[in-house]
Design a binder for this molecule. Structure first.
Ligand code: KG4
Ligand code: ZN
Length: 374
């Protein structure tokens, strides 16, 4: 027999989803994160656990990541509710990154989120991780005057490298993306070749500060080509060729620093050129936004800032903790989607049936806001 016991006095799920705080979970890669936001975007609590089990392997190991999410998440949810000083019953909805990403971590995060939603009798919102990155700049207070649509998003992380036209909630156009490595992956691989730790981006940036790039010219793949696709694998191979004459344990520091500086300049040139083309492809863009771990890179930020200025556009990069993977962006994407559906007269989402998916193209998100299909 199936029994139900709705809690007396609690708002109906349909209303509470857009009126009460939302708990969000992020576990699509190697960070386990949880957050609670009110419907106006106020962050009541945010917690992140970075996994260290991958360090000896020089990159994310999916099985290690999934197990670490499973070990961390229940406690992290409890801790996040405590930080927000909220009982679980006060939540109006639960959201989790449900794709794209590493399937083990997605199953853990979505599974915990769905279990909580069912136990509380609240809707579950399946969030597209890339959509969450794309909408972060719209969190109240991040961009002076608010990030209005349409804007161009450059997403540069360890797993992603793409230019996206953000035209509205649910409405995204991928203008171009990497045909081989992501930018962060290239930083991590070059860091490994230089004998630096993982993640490599910050270590390469630090070493580049003391280097002279001039003696170490490197190629800029796809530079000047039409469109805004990216390629980093030829650059990575060129770095390996420059390093070939040296034994790893006898690499002179000025050589390592010079190559790091030259590599970083090449990445900034490539990305700057590709984003310039993306802006040409999106003449109605009112803002340039950069997100993802590589957006922390000072040289890259400076290049993008200058580019935006020459086009008469503002440039925004969310603070680092919201650029890298986090649960605040997941909660905010859910809030934006719930609001947009509410404004269209569509019922709130409840996506218990939506299975975690390693791939989830952004162009599928518009279907959620299609009034004709309702
Ligand atoms: O967004 P993120 O935290 O995680 C995902 O990959 O989704 O991005 C991590 C990536 C790593 O490849 C890391 O080396 C790179 O961002 N990164 C940087 C810097 N800080 C992090 N790359 C260049 N310069 C940095 N300062
Ligand atoms: Zn991400």
């Amino acid at each position: 027999m199936i029994m139900s016991s709705p809690s007396l006095g609690a708002p109906a799920p349909a209303e509470s989803a857009v009126q009460a705080p939302i708990l969000a979970i992020e576990s699509s890669c190697d960070d386990t994160a949880c957050a609670i936001l009110t419907p106006d975007g106020t962050i009541l609590a945010e917690t992140v656990l970075s996994q260290s089990g991958h360090i000896p392997f020089g990159g994310v190991v999916p099985e290690i990541a999934a197990r670490a999410h499973l070990a961390a998440l229940p406690g992290l949810v409890r801790q996040t509710l405590d930080v927000a000083s909220l009982p679980a019953e006060a939540l109006g909805a639960v959201a989790a990154s449900t794709g794209p990403g590493l399937i083990g971590g997605l199953i853990v995060g979505a599974g915990v989120g769905k279990g909580l939603a069912v136990a509380l009798g609240r809707p579950f919102i399946a969030v597209n991780h890339i959509e969450a990155h794309a909408l972060t700049a719209r969190l109240p207070g991040l961009v002076p005057g608010g990030a209005q649509f349409p804007y161009l998003l450059l997403l540069v992380s360890g797993g992603h490298c793409q230019c996206i036209a953000v035209e509205g909630v649910g409405h995204y156009r991928k203008l171009g993306g990497t045909i081989d490595d992501a930018a962060g992956e290239a930083f991590d691989k070059v860091a490994k070749m230089l004998g630096l730790g993982w993640p490599g981006g910050p270590a390469v940036e630090a070493l580049a500060r003391e280097g002279d790039p001039a003696p170490w010219p490197l190629p800029r793949p796809l530079h000047g080509r039409p469109g805004c696709d990216f390629s980093f694998s030829g650059l990575k191979t060129a770095v390996a060729q420059k390093l070939a004459p040296y034994a790893m344990d006898a690499l002179p520091r000025p050589v390592a620093a010079g190559i790091a500086a030259s590599f970083q300049n090449a990445v900034a040139d490539i990305v700057g050129d590709r984003v310039a083309h993306a802006l040409d492809m999106m003449p109605d863009a009112t803002l340039l936004v950069a997100a993802g771990g590589v957006a922390a890179n000072g040289a890259l930020r400076a290049r993008l800032d200058t580019l935006a200025q020459t086009r008469g556009l503002p440039f925004a990069a969310p603070p680092l903790r919201l650029c890298t993977d986090n649960a605040v962006m997941v909660g905010w994407a859910a809030i934006e989607t719930l609001r947009a559906r509410h404004a269209l007269g569509l019922p709130p989402l409840d996506e218990l049936d939506l299975l975690p998916r390693p791939r989830w193209p952004l162009d599928q998100m518009a279907a959620r806001l299609d009034v004709t299909a309702a």
